[in-house]
Design a protein around this ligand. Structure first.
Ligand SMILES: [Zn+2]
Length: 400
């Protein structure tokens, strides 16, 4: 068992382990860093440690260590056995409050929410309460901890808090109730009010090095080449890679409505797209063939996303799938350009064609980015994809 099983974050883990040993744990934290670097998982483990009724203390030696701490440092880990640890694992602990944008569905009475923000209703309902006479909501922040070891509030994607929600939360941060801890996870700390940032302890999470991702995925049965490719197209985000793989089996059994994807589907999509782009370049296939591959890939990716979150919108997930497909086209273009300039990339796509010069790569990148923006803006998806494919074909074949 590693220290909280978080990969590649010795600095943040060291900081948090030191905090757990200190006499007075800071009440407000910001965990910031790129997507998929373990911020949310670390926040859960941090809370679990503090809520555990029988935490384990052991020296920083053996196979599970924190590289940034001396070997005589005493690590704190949850026991994983007590009722509190089990409740944390099942995410049903009465003193562990998880706040995310999916809660928008609970608070959106009109049913129109795209679940893309954390509005004031969520922050009032889940944290600070509301004392307006016609809409009274009890404050979870000011209630006593039910099991007596403090209360934890973990806000995922905290930068999605609307300004009014941030201002409301700020008031609570000015005088936090005793034994109350708030962890805000964010990839964009600059989107939080400077007054929130200045009241919070900050822990920085770094992008994971490619070898760390390869080692992790190799243990899961991926070849080095496949693992390296996934690291590359995910921009070294294990969280993003996890969202492309089947969900945890324990999560699936709770969500029987979703069709379970198979592992490696993203690599199959990548292969098909690479071949379609290769054939387009060689004149062996047309824009229509590429559009079919993009549409089918978007559908499959949407299915994977929905298997993780059955409440997700099918339309939105398919759009996100389409946006991802155009992102993969940009990777293929980047490989072609690198072949021209004689700087091949490690973990290139499995393409069999040569290079393309910048004069043709640049307009294709622009077309791809514009198509992704159209999908994001709810333009009719098949039309946007077909138009982009026709334009890319014309540029790549040198017709324009
Ligand atoms: Zn425990």
């Amino acid at each position: 068992m590693t220290v909280w099983s978080i990969l590649g974050q010795p600095r943040a883990l060291g900081q948090l382990q030191r905090a757990l040993c200190s006499a007075r744990l800071a009440s407000t934290w910001i965990f910031h860093g790129p997507m998929g670097t373990g911020k949310y998982r670390t926040a859960l483990a941090f809370a679990k440690c503090q809520l555990c009724s029988n935490p384990v203390r052991r020296p920083n030696r053996g196979d599970a260590t924190v590289a940034s701490l001396p070997d005589d440092f005493v690590l704190t880990e949850p026991c994983n056995e007590c009722p509190s640890c089990k409740a944390c694992d099942a995410q049903v602990h009465p003193d562990l409050h998880l706040i995310n944008r999916q809660l928008g569905g609970v608070y959106d009475r009109g049913g129109r929410s795209r679940l893309t923000t954390l509005g004031i209703d969520i922050i009032r309902g889940e944290m600070i309460g509301d004392d307006s006479p016609d809409h009274r909501v009890e404050s979870k922040l000011y209630k006593h901890s039910q099991l007596g070891r403090g209360k934890w509030f973990i806000i995922d994607e905290a930068d999605l808090m609307q300004p009014v929600a941030q201002n409301a939360l700020l008031k609570a941060l000015e005088e936090p109730p005793p034994l109350t801890y708030i962890v805000m996870c964010t990839g964009s700390p600059g989107d939080l009010l400077s007054t929130i940032r200045s009241r919070s302890q900050q822990a920085a999470f770094s992008p994971l090095p490619t070898p760390v991702i390869i080692e992790y995925l190799s243990r899961e049965g991926f070849s080095t080449q496949d693992a390296g490719l996934l690291a590359r197209i995910s921009e070294n985000s294990l969280g993003r890679i996890a969202s492309w793989r089947p969900p945890d089996p324990s999560a699936v059994s709770r969500k029987k409505t979703a069709k379970v994807p198979t592992d490696g589907q993203m690599l199959e999509i990548l292969n098909r797209l690479t071949h379609a782009m290769d054939h387009l370049l060689m004149g062996q296939a047309g824009a229509g063939d590429l559009a079919v591959v993009i549409n089918e890939g978007a559908e499959i990716i949407a299915g994977i996303f929905i298997s993780h979150d059955p409440s997700a919108s099918k339309d939105r997930s398919t759009r996100d799938g389409g946006i991802l497909m155009f992102g993969l086209i940009e990777v293929w273009l980047s490989d072609r350009l690198r072949a021209v300039v004689g700087s091949p990339v490690e973990f290139a796509l499995p393409s069999t064609v040569g290079g393309i010069e910048w004069a043709r790569v640049k307009p294709c990148l622009d077309i791809s980015a514009a198509a992704a923006a159209q999908l994001d803006a709810n333009v009719h998806q098949p039309t946007a994809i077909m138009n982009a494919c026709v334009s890319i074909e014309a540029v790549i074949r040198g017709a324009v």
